[in-house]
Design a protein. Sequence first.
Lengths: 224, 265
Amino acid sequence: MSALIEAADLHFAYPQRPPVLAGASLSLSPGERLAITGPNGAGKSTLLQILVGLLRPQAGQVRAFGAERCEEADFHEVRRRVGLVFQDPDDQLFCPTVAEDVAFGPLNLGQSRTDALAMVDQVLSQLDLTSLRDRVTHKLSGGEKRLVSLAGVLAMAPDVLLLDEPTNALDEETTARLIEILLELPQAMLIVSHDPHFRRRVVTRTLRLRNGVLAPPEPACVPI
Amino acid sequence: MGHVLDATATPTPPDAMGAGPGPVRALDPRTRILAAGAFALVTVAIDSLLVLLIPLAMAGVALLAARLPMRQTLKRMVAVDGFILFLVVLLPFSVPGEAAFYLFGWPASWAGIAQAGAIALKANAIVLMLLALVGSMEPTALGHALVRLRVPALLVHLLLFTVRYIAVVDGEYHRQRRAMTMRAFRPGTNWHSLRSLGYLIGMLLVRALERSERILQAMKCRGFTGRLPLLSDMRFRRRDALFAALLLAMLTGLLALDRLHVGAH
């Protein structure tokens, strides 16, 4: 089966800084849950933003859903089909209430208000968040914010999920709940995570980003 | 006018001229703020168009002495000129007087053109001088200098915190905008877009307010009682006195010249 997202030989540097990506390549196949690890500041979030066209690489190609993506217009379709859950849920939640925030994506996809609200109820019940439906977003707890931001992305029924540090600042219970939710989802996922326990439970493959290049991680203990 | 140009160019001893920061930056921030203020007051008071060219030249020399990046500074100038453009264009047509020319049947008066010219000259001279003297210092240095000039601490705190946190709020705005883009938001002329952007602005305000409370709490935990300790050490030196004396002489000269010039008509 062909890959959903492919990146080849990506190069990227922020102005006046050393390059963060120097020939990074990856490919994500349907059903896969691929983890990306690497030290702080290695460029993992940058990589995610390049894959969805929020940043343009200085060199290299991004292919998504069987087509080469270069221009802003190419990425409109990518963003409809790829859900990116941001590292900080506060970046994502900006509507006054949970229901409005979850409906934001479906409305952008052109759904009617009724359809969008039906989608909201469906996703909220899927994630067992119905009780939060009319709560004010900025008064949610950290764990609730994380799950609601995931709901906002799932409401767009994406084919691929990109998760940036999904377990950041979550307690054990909420982490366990998130793992349960993610394992039940059919989507292919690209997960940036520092959390080894989380990765062991969830992902099917791991790549390590180091010195701007993605490579399979070396085994933790090398037999002598 | 030659001696005027020379005078502003040598406010510091020649040996300091070659040093990294340049002659303007060698002055005490307080001197620079007061100088810019005095310069602005005198420039505003000048009536003669011809005499107004002198402050503009002085500001130009100060700009060179401040060694600011040319492009960026001129861009800022253009931004300020954008504000007064409307006024300058409309004045010739709104001030009564002898007609200089007609545009679509509307008379433009000589008096209006002169007023528009005076406003443009004054605004540009003052803004250039402000950029050269005050704009060349770090915002925090400006805050510290203002405190020492007995500006109310509350206003200075506002300035310092704005400087510190505007980038944070800007960053938050851009991250939220990216998150919206990621959920397929494309602004258009419709209620959904307007409502969404409204929510965005509202959320930025709510977050900024909450953040400010958290910052205050953190500051209180470290013993803040309403006074920011200022570590910078500022001293008036000989070059400040020299600069102040020269500027004062030139500004007095300018006023006298202007009286003479206006009196001659």
